[in-house]
Design a protein around this ligand. Structure first.
Ligand code: BG6
Length: 483
């Protein structure tokens, strides 16, 4: 295997999906705290007011707030070199527009970083992962308001300064490209939904005005990200600050030129648009036509172009779960996915949640990205959401997860051999946590099982799955033993 000696093996989580403690020690409500539980078939609901008898999975999640020492110890036992986590913005700025931070929140993350340091685990911190202060949603309509850029920068300044000697790797926004889709309006941008109701992932109709607001808000995030990169480098020139894109490999369904052009459009729109702005520092050539199609007229301040150019990221990170096919034939069967509703690929199998499993797509995507950007790349999410069952011997034999990960790691090895500068891999949901799309606990990704069910019942006890020892061996041998 070709993994470099310093390859960063590890796992990834997000605060709103694992931390809990949603209203303790001064923490304010996040946008994610207003999403109820759901399932594969019944969507999560957004509620403006927290309803007393409704289950909101982020409120307690898997209580990493109370268990972080135990959990980090388990990560260390697996040999993690890096741990991707996010800071809950509302622990630091509960409403979002305060001048001074909440000291208890600042102290909490300091303790986490010190705990990680004890085990030589490098933190990789997502500054905003599908949450922002609900206060900013209520008062400013989230990122739709340009003033939110300054609130975000104030938050960045606090955490960059407080943790400048404890954290080196940062990501400005999780899966920033989610906001190219209408469902990203609330999840990614904190734009207030018109009314309480189901959070539809796909099929939601949007007016031209709504699309305008969404793309404008995304532009504000780009500007904020660029300014954060610049600010971070001023505070500590050694910071490595990256973008984070939901990677969707799109294949033409057939060699019909219509399908080929359709696939190219998908690669451009879904992946390259945001990547180009954050890595190259400018909107790509195809953005103009895309905006015209949506009827979007972007408002740019005179300094924005320069700001984007000055805030190029140091590395490219992305999540990878699946690939999808593109076709102009409306009759073909669609496949499920986190951000991509492609056409089903007859050569691939899918997970229990319908996500198509395609390890080679990871190699393909890595080559596409590295060829385009030529900066270090990190896979910061990849994993299998499955319905784990406790066997008669009291253990969880998740060989299906091991198979999934093994095949993806093999393809990362191929990509490195192809010449890609891949510097790390953090498997998603290294400990079971709440699913972002469905709000379920049942969709488990972890090496570590957490005893909690979809309705919030359980002891919260942690238990190692078979994949725990397997991953320990993978890290120990730097990817050379994948058996
Ligand atoms: C990514 C998100 O899209 O996919 C994570 O960054 C999310 O937050 C992960 O949890 C897996 O998706 P899901 O819906 O299975 O939790």
């Amino acid at each position: 295997m070709s993994f470099p000696k310093e390859f960063l093996w590890g796992g990834a989580t997000a605060a709103n999906q694992c931390e809990g403690g949603w209203n303790v020690d001064g923490k304010g409500a996040s946008t994610s705290d207003h999403l109820t539980g759901g399932t594969h078939t019944s969507p999560r609901r957004f509620t403006k007011v927290i309803e007393p008898n409704t289950y909101y999975p982020s409120h307690e999640a898997v209580d990493m707030y109370g268990h972080y020492k135990e959990d980090i110890k388990l990560f260390a036992e697996m040999g993690f070199k890096i741990y991707r986590m996010s800071i809950n913005w509302t622990r630091i700025y509960p409403i979002g527009d305060e001048a001074e931070p909440n000291q208890k929140g600042v102290q909490y993350y300091r303790e986490i970083f010190e705990e990680l340091k004890k085990y030589n685990i490098e933190p990789l911190v997502t500054i905003s992962h599908y949450e922002m202060p609900y206060g900013l949603t209520e008062k400013y309509n989230g990122w739709a308001d340009r003033r939110v850029i300054d609130f975000y920068l104030n938050y960045c300044k606090t955490i960059f300064t407080e943790y400048k000697d404890l954290v080196k790797y940062w990501l400005t926004f999780n899966e920033i490209n989610i906001s190219l889709h209408s469902f990203g309006g609330y999840m990614g941008l904190g734009i207030m939904p018109k009314e309480d109701g189901p959070m539809m992932l796909f099929g939601k109709k949007e007016t031209r005005e709504e699309a305008n607001i969404r793309f404008q808000a995304l532009h504000h995030q780009f500007v904020a990200s660029a300014k954060a990169v610049k600010l971070g480098h001023e505070i500590n020139p050694n910071f490595m600050i990256g973008c984070m894109i939901a990677g969707s490999a799109a294949y033409p369904y057939s060699c019909n030129p219509n399908d080929v052009i359709e696939a190219q459009h998908r690669m451009q729109q879904a992946n390259f648009l945001c990547g180009d702005v954050q890595v190259r520092g400018a909107y790509p050539h195809f953005a103009k036509r895309l905006f015209e199609e949506y009827g979007v007229e972007l408002k740019m301040e005179p300094t924005d172009e320069q700001t984007l150019l000055e805030g190029k990221v140091d590395f490219y990170s992305f999540s990878y779960y699946m690939s999808g096919c593109a076709s102009t034939d409306p009759e073909l069967t669609k496949s499920a996915g986190n951000m991509m509703m492609g056409v089903s690929n007859p050569y691939l199998k899918a997970s229990d949640w319908g996500w198509q499993i395609d390890p080679q797509g990871l190699r393909y995507y890595l080559n596409e990205i590295y060829g385009r950007y030529q900066i270090p790349v990190m896979v910061v999410e990849n994993g299998l959401g499955a319905n784990d069952v406790i066997a008669e011997d009291g253990k969880i034999h998740d060989d299906y997860r091991i198979d999934y990960l093994r095949e993806h790691i093999k393809q990362m090895d191929e990509a490195i051999k192809d010449g890609v500068d891949l510097i790390g891999y953090t498997m998603w949901g290294c400990i079971d946590l709440v699913s972002a799309s469905t709000g379920e606990m049942k969709k488990r990704y972890g090496f570590i099982y957490v005893d909690k069910d979809n309705d919030g019942n359980g002891t919260m006890n942690r238990m190692k799955k078979d994949s725990f020892d397997w991953y320990k061996k993978v890290i120990d041998t730097n990817g050379n033993n994948l058996d």
